[in-house]
Write a protein that binds this ligand. Structure first.
Ligand SMILES: NCc1[nH]cc(CCC(=O)O)c1CC(=O)O
Length: 306
């Protein structure tokens, strides 16, 4: 293997993440030529409708997978939270990098925190997960759709369309925009998207040589924790069209997982939490999913999938 071509979306965040992976690969394999292959996905092109309405997060992967299948790229770099629970046949995740800050960020030009917003303030987010938690904490707020990449969302906030918006801390940190974070909305009180803050590298499963090159970039702890979160999400049939949140972290020798299912319309939230030995991440994910279903998550998941 003499070269590794990385397929990437062209948003500033996607390119930062691809460059980050490229740097890590060059460091691990000085003899391998690593280059970026930027491309546009349907998820990037359609920005006027909520993701849930146009087919979900898989839209961000498809074109990159086609490029790999056609031999125009060897690997693709993704935010793991945008990766569907089941990959297309023939593709695998070769490495999950060490997680950045998993928390959501409260971003505003006039207010320091969610509790300071005046009655009826306008908050922008198209994420049902964020909407459900906003409704729960502040039923009075006016929730407004907000899509587009991080830069676009900040520009709309600055133009006065919203009093505050919610973004991921990891994305802001990576883009050098940490100063925009007024307040961290952190787990376990406020629960982020499953796998938020983790970068994943996808490859064609038959490329054993590529798998070997990716392996040293894998962070075992992040891989275990996001594995538990994704197992929970899969057991709940989670997609981006239902408000599911999950966060797993490691204590001494165990995994601790909090899961949340909400209703974006009413702000009703169901929460569950459990622990398990470090090597039991998948079983832990299933256990927390069962605890949520036992509380009545089923109808919530069905009803909000509009
Ligand atoms: N929804 C798009 C998306 N996918 C990943 C991130 C942030 C980076 C990460 O979670 O690793 C973001 C931006 C955001 O939600 O603010």
């Amino acid at each position: 293997m003499k070269s590794l071509r990385i397929a990437t979306r062209q948003s500033a965040l996607a390119v930062w993440q691809a460059e980050h992976v490229a740097a890590r690969l060059r460091q691990a394999h000085p003899d391998v030529l690593v280059e970026l292959v930027p491309m546009t996905t349907r998820g990037d092109e359609i920005i006027d409708r909520p993701l849930a309405a146009i087919g979900g997060k898989g839209l961000f992967l498809k074109e990159l997978e086609v490029a790999m299948a056609e031999g125009r790229a060897d690997i693709a770099v993704h935010s793991l939270k945008d990766v569907p629970m089941s990959l297309e046949a023939g593709f695998s995740i070769g490495a999950v990098l060490e997680r950045a800050d998993p928390a959501d960020a409260f971003v505003s030009n006039a207010y320091e925190r969610l509790s300071e917003l005046p009655q009826g303030a306008r908050v922008g987010t198209s994420s049902l997960r964020r909407q459900a938690q906003l409704r729960a904490f502040r039923p009075d707020l006016e929730l407004l759709d907000l899509r587009g990449n991080v830069g676009t969302r900040l520009a709309k906030l600055d133009a006065g369309q919203y009093d505050a918006i919610i973004l991921a801390c990891a994305g802001l940190d990576r883009l050098g925009l940490a100063a925009r974070i007024r307040n961290r909305l952190a787990p376990p009180d406020w629960v982020p998207a499953v796998a938020q803050g983790a970068i994943a590298i996808e490859y064609r499963t038959i490329d054993r040589e590529v798998a070997g090159l990716l392996a040293p970039l894998n962070d075992a702890e992040t891989s275990r924790c996001t594995g538990a979160e994704r197992a929970m999400n899969l057991a709940l049939h989670g997609s981006c069209s239902v408000p599911i949140a999950g966060f797993c972290w490691e204590t001494e020798n165990a995994l601790d997982l909090v899961g949340l299912v909400g209703d974006a319309a009413t702000g009703r939230l169901l929460r569950a939490r459990a622990t398990a030995p470090r090597d039991q991440g998948e079983a832990l994910g299933l256990q927390v999913a069962d605890l949520l279903l036992a509380q009545g998550a089923g109808p919530l998941l069905g009803r909000s999938a509009s």
